[in-house]
Design a binder for this molecule. Structure first.
Ligand code: ADP
Ligand code: MG
Length: 173
């Protein structure tokens, strides 16, 4: 039984980077709910938000979570996936949920270094460091609530992968 592994956390915490490395280490498939959604709709996240608003995007996001869920898969989720209780419960019920925890300054530094890493508009239009403090204040409790394991994501990606593998007592491929 190789339950899906859901990676949750704010933008920049390493869900994509760590998720791909984790999938390789375990011999699992990897997918990213944002990428899935953009491919399925042939629209960027920014397009979907512009056309349907954030509420519309959140509804599509919940659908994509269910569509990508499968055994032996590492699933990187959008930063706001935990906002809906439905999504938190779904992930806890169907797999193991890992919170990649990093502080606002680290997240902002990563996002500022690679501003085009994703196409998602900022939530508030204000400087990214300020925004990350607010986003974490609003969401940290939800990430903790949803997670089976909380991992320090401010280590190297390899160290983060090792900690996930051992916290889930899984064997490397
Ligand atoms: P997410 O998918 O959670 O938004 P990414 O995996 O895209 O985050 O990472 C955002 C940026 O931070 C990328 O440039 C990535 O190279 C960098 N990064 C991710 N994890 C780490 C880490 N553990 N240490 C240093 N840099 C990292
Ligand atoms: Mg990502």
């Amino acid at each position: 039984m190789s339950l899906p592994i859901y990676l949750i956390g704010a933008r920049g915490c390493g869900k994509t980077t760590v998720g791909q490395a984790l999938a390789l280490a375990l011999g699992y498939d990897f997918c990213d709910t944002d990428h899935y959604l953009q491919q399925a709709r042939q629209q960027t996240v920014a397009d979907i938000v512009a056309i349907e608003g954030w509420a519309g995007f959140r509804a599509r996001e919940a659908e994509s979570l269910k569509a990508v869920t499968a055994a032996s898969k590492v699933i990187a989720t959008g930063g706001g996936m935990v906002l809906a209780e439905e999504n938190r419960l779904y992930m806890r019920e169907h797999g193991r949920v890992i919170y990649l925890n990093a502080n606002a300054l680290v997240l902002a530094a990563r996002l500022e270094a690679y501003p085009l890493a994703d196409q998602r508009p900022t939530l508030t239009g204000r400087p990214v460091a300020e925004e990350m403090v607010e986003v974490l204040a609003a969401r940290d409790a939800l990430y903790q609530l949803a997670a089976h394991h909380i991992i320090d994501a401010m280590q190297t990606p390899d160290a983060v992968v090792n900690q996930i593998v051992s916290s889930l007592s899984l064997a490397r491929a």
